[in-house]
Write a protein that binds this ligand. Structure first.
Ligand code: TXA
Ligand code: MG
Length: 362
């Protein structure tokens, strides 16, 4: 079955991480939607995988599910396709992309792995971990994708559909999250459609994703640095390494205690609606993003309530986070009050995204 996604406007919640200069600014001026165009959506399956590989070979832009969030794929060796991808997302070209590959062997063709990187790749690939590594001298990935850096971010996704597409295509595929730059990452094909229909060539619908927050990014430099908390909990990585991950300088969680540079948080992943964190009550006119079984005072006055996980399960909460933020952002509340979420496991990534959602707004 093939049906058409009609483009429509969505100014929903927005998130994109900034942890170093290239990530700091997010453009809010994507190319206008071509209303004459729509984007086909194909249900995941053999035909969709073949169509995706064909489109990628022709320089097309294809959204597909990974286990973390939906990605927007382009041939990583094709500068024209990558230029189109930056345009379609409204992403500044100095913000580099993640290259997704089939396996460690393919990854070694584009990046240099030290002992730490090998250890992490063997422990966690395929899975929700991205490694930032030095590029090989003959790295086939276009310079534009790595924003001129001599490092490259690489991921081997575990999702069946992503793996099938990578196998059918054969080469590395750059795949940032399939949202407009500055918007919340998509966890369903419908989210992709609402941001990018009319701007991209194909959406492969593999249903809602399992993890729900983007991959954890670790830079393998002199030390292993946690560049972005994400779908693989920090504790799992530290157990394999046998030591702590280092925080990047200037990070909110860094030991230096320095505040985040304003550019690192500003306007990333910001819903139109105000976001109030660590809410222990609900004020009139607020929507509530709840967590856990215990109700907060004033809940009856909430304009709407969504519970990330009534049983207090952080994995379930991560899977629901972006969809619930998108939904609550359309309910006409003046503020989304968010109950406290514990910081362990996927809670670190959830709190990171929530903090960014609230920046400049409270
Ligand atoms: O789960 C994920 O990682 C998803 C799925 C689709 O794979 N992708 C994703 O990509 O979240 P994106 O582009 O939305 O976020 C990638 C982050 C950006 O903040 C980018 O600046 C950073 O990775 N990045 C990419 N290459 C880098 C590099 N060489 N050094 C430091 N940061 C890099
Ligand atoms: Mg993103």
């Amino acid at each position: 079955m093939l049906y058409r996604a009609e483009p429509h406007s969505d100014k929903n919640a927005a998130y994109s991480l900034g942890f170093r200069t290239p990530q700091e600014a997010e453009s809010r001026t994507p190319i206008p939607v071509n209303l004459a165009r729509s984007t086909p959506i194909l249900p995941a399956g053999e035909a969709a995988v073949a169509a995706a590989a064909r489109s990628l070979r022709e320089g097309g832009l294809v959204a597909f599910p990974t286990e973390t969030v939906y990605g927007l794929g382009a041939d990583a060796t094709n500068p024209k396709a990558i230029a189109r991808l930056y345009q379609a997302k409204g992403r500044p070209a100095f913000n580099p992309l993640i290259a997704t590959v089939r396996d460690l062997e393919a990854a070694k063709r584009i990046a240099r792995f030290d002992a730490t990187a090998i250890k992490l790749a063997e422990a966690f690939w395929p899975g929700p971990l991205t490694l930032v590594l030095p590029k090989t001298s003959d790295c086939a990935v276009a310079e534009l994708a790595t924003a001129g850096l001599d490092t490259i971010a690489i991921r081997v996704p575990a999702h069946r559909v992503a793996r099938d597409i990578l196998r059918a295509f054969g080469g590395p595929v750059v795949a940032p999250s399939a949202n407009l730059s500055g918007h919340v990452s998509p966890t369903t094909a419908a989210h992709v459609q609402s941001d990018l229909a009319g701007r991209i060539d194909l959406i492969v619908d593999g249903g809602p994703v399992a993890v729900g927050v983007e991959s954890t990014i670790v830079g393998c430099f002199d030390e292993a640095v946690l560049l972005r908390p994400g779908g693989l909990p920090r504790g799992d990585i530290e157990r394999v390494l046998g030591r702590k991950l280092v925080q990047p300088p200037g990070d909110a969680n860094s030991d230096s205690g320095r505040p985040l540079a304003p550019g690192m948080l500003a306007s990333h992943y910001a819903p139109r609606t105000l976001v109030r964190l660590n809410a222990c009550n609900v004020e009139p006119g607020e929507a509530l993003l709840a967590f856990g079984p215990v109700a907060v005072s004033g809940v009856d006055a909430a304009t709407s309530v969504m519970n990330l996980s009534a049983r207090g399960d952080l994995d379930e909460a991560a899977a629901n986070l972006f969809g619930y933020l998108r939904a609550l952002d359309t309910r006409g509340a003046h503020t989304i009050a968010v109950m406290p979420v514990p910081h362990h496991g996927l809670g670190e990534a959830i709190n990171d995204r929530l903090r960014r959602a609230a920046v400049g707004r409270d």
